[in-house]
Design a protein around this ligand. Structure first.
Ligand SMILES: Nc1ncnc2c1ncn2[C@@H]1O[C@H](COP(=O)(O)OP(=O)(O)OP(=O)(O)O)[C@@H](O)[C@H]1O
Length: 243
């Protein structure tokens, strides 16, 4: 059974569809990359999956359970990180993780927090106020927060946006290593097509709220007669080639 099944998902904001009949599924341990131009509906899709936005139509099932009916039970088994969601800035790094560990009822909190701080290279700065973190450190803290409940499905909205190439690579490697170690399924949105090509088992190209193309990067490259995902993107969107 897939860990996630989305059927005919539609979200209309003030008469304008942000998502139109989106259907896909996610298998245990699978890495699904979501790409698409600004306004394609990527964040709306993740917000629907988190129960933050109520779909106009369609069905979302995690672990075979309907999201609306089993929201709390499902949220305990998934998690989320975004470069754009803030954590309380007046708390220290460690205190932030304690808040979330207690909210999730994480067993052996102290050990779990120490493990995540070390894994994400935050141990030395555990007593720093969160407001003093650089964007790369903040993203790693958001990831630590997102891993606190050992999620079976992790949703990541542009986790590498705004990071320098070294930090972005570090974050990617951490996510991939953790995913492979734990068999966690990941949905990852990004505008960095090289990183999506490297990481994803399958990608989903959204455009104007619809799925324009879907499949493993290599299969899409064959289908679009493209060298890489970037070419697939431009060909699928019928962007004219650069002169
Ligand atoms: N709360 C809202 N109210 C009204 N319109 C919204 C709302 N949230 C999103 N939209 C609209 O829905 C469409 C999809 O937006 P969304 O943020 O999902 O796109 P995106 O693919 O994540 O874009 P980006 O790459 O710029 O982050 C846009 O036209 C946006 O203006």
């Amino acid at each position: 059974m897939p860990v996630l099944e989305v059927k005919n998902l539609t979200k209309v904001f003030k008469g304008q569809p942000a998502l139109s009949g989106v259907s896909f599924s996610l298998e245990r341990g699978e890495f699904l990359g979501i790409l698409g131009p600004n306004g394609a509906g990527k964040t709306t899709l993740l917000n629907c999956l988190l129960g933050l936005v109520t779909p106009t139509r369609g069905q979302i099932r995690f672990f075979g359970l309907d999201l609306e009916e089993h929201l709390r039970e499902i949220l305990e088994r998934i998690n989320f990180a975004s470069n754009y969601v803030g954590l309380p800035l007046s708390l220290t790094v460690e205190e932030n993780l304690w808040v979330y560990a207690l909210l999730y009822g994480v067993p052996s909190c102290r050990e779990r927090i120490e493990r995540l701080l070390r894994l994400l290279d935050l141990w030395e700065m555990r007593r720093e106020k969160t407001r003093h973190l650089s964007s790369g450190q903040m993203m790693r803290l958001c990831l630590a927060k997102a891993l606190i409940n050992d999620p079976e499905v992790l949703l990541l909205d542009e986790p590498t946006a705004g990071l320098d190439p070294t930090m972005a690579r570090k974050v990617r490697n951490l996510i991939k290593a953790y995913q492979q170690d734990r068999g966690m399924a990941v949905i990852f949105t990004s505008h960095n097509l090289l990183e999506l090509q490297d990481l994803s088992d399958r990608v989903l190209l959204l455009h104007q709220g619809r799925i324009l193309a879907e499949g493993p990067p290599t299969v899409l490259c064959q289908r679009f007669k493209a060298q890489n995902l970037e070419e697939v993107y431009f060909k699928a969107l019928k962007e004219p080639p650069l002169c």
